[in-house]
Write a protein that binds this ligand. Structure first.
Ligand code: DGY
Length: 331
């Protein structure tokens, strides 16, 4: 009998078709948002699960689904998955790194530019019919070229943003990361490692790209915002929860910083009401990786992982981007 697999959210039909070549597949083509009990109910008898970054995989779910052997996500971030609990139960987990790096960096840069140059405010103004004359200071914002870019979290996406800033826009690049880059990568990117305090104090445009974990929860809150320049912008394309949205809304209201660009939110898709009230914030619905080719590549990478993790296809037993490959050795 072929293993059974659940696809928890709607995804490209050709990706689901590839799974059907190997497995008996139940897919969520209607893209319903299943509550946890419904997800667990549908997982009964399933060996594999295809997820996005929005399903919670915790110890309770794992205990309720003893046949589960592989959980493959099309997201790079996996803060929704209790990885140690999966490893303890011998469940392989994979994410989707690399394929989204450049697209996400493009978007981070675009959001930072829209924020600094007040593009959303300007468009809202024009659409509302209030534009009656040119003025010397109409939506005058901050420059990007030649400014100081601060990158908080210097993984693959952080480095791709730094490269755009240094090579494309002549920016001075500062970064803060748990581990420092090698001197040759630092010199290629023209990036200087600084303390978190210095990053906050010196950046004209701060971009948050650090993964969410209990350690990064509210890494940017009121005390950190208080260190920033009043002319600075903050862009968050990492995860909601890294920034304290209530504190940020207050800082934007008080003009403690000039503006923010946010693609991710604490408790999304809900958005802190204070953020909806202030004009100096550009808000987008978690779409940093959302180009069609990239979303397709992310989905197919998750499919590659699921096929291989369940022992099928040309890479059987060797899922390409496993987060806990050690579980395979125990099988
Ligand atoms: C990711 O891949 O982590 C993106 O944020 C989409 O969830």
């Amino acid at each position: 009998m072929r293993p059974k697999v659940l696809v928890a959210r709607a995804v490209f039909a050709d990706a689901v078709e590839r799974l059907r070549e190997h497995f008996e597949v139940e897919s969520n083509d209607a893209d319903e948002i299943w509550h946890q009990a419904e997800l667990i109910r549908r997982l009964q008898g399933k060996a594999g699960l295809f997820i996005t970054g929005t399903q919670l995989i915790d110890a309770d779910l794992l205990a309720s689904c003893p046949l589960l052997r592989a959980i493959c996500s099309m997201a790079v971030g996996y803060n929704n998955v209790d990885l140690p609990a999966c490893t303890a139960r011998g469940v392989l987990v994979s994410n989707a790194p690399d394929v989204l790096t450049e697209t996400t960096a493009d978007f981070g840069f675009a959001l930072m530019m829209a924020t600094a140059r007040r593009i959303s405010e300007g468009e809202r103004f024009l659409r509302s019919g209030r534009w009656v004359k040119w003025s010397y200071d109409l939506f005058a914002g901050a420059d990007i070229h030649g400014a100081t870019l601060g990158v908080f979290g210097m993984g693959r996406i952080g480095q791709a943003i730094a490269r755009r800033g240094a090579l494309g826009f002549g920016m001075r690049v500062l970064y803060h990361n748990r581990s420092r880059l090698s001197p040759d990568i630092e010199s290629t990117l023209g990036a200087t490692h600084v303390t978190k305090q210095q990053l906050l104090r010196d950046s004209d445009h701060l971009v948050i790209v650090v993964p969410y974990s209990p350690a990064s929860h509210h890494a940017i809150g009121a005390p950190e915002l208080a260190l920033m320049k009043p002319t600075a912008t903050l862009t968050n394309i990492a995860r909601g929860g890294v920034v304290d949205d209530a504190a940020l809304a207050q800082a934007l209201r008080d003009k403690r910083i000039a503006a923010a660009g946010l693609d991710v939110f604490e408790g999304e898709p809900a958005v802190h009401p204070g953020l909806l009230e202030v004009p100096n914030v550009v808000l987008t619905p978690h779409i940093a990786s959302a180009s069609i080719p990239t979303r397709r590549a992310m989905a197919h990478l998750a499919v590659d992982n699921l096929i291989a993790a369940l022992g099928a296809g040309p890479s059987a037993g060797r899922p390409p981007t496993a987060l806990n490959p050690e579980v395979l050795a125990q099988r």
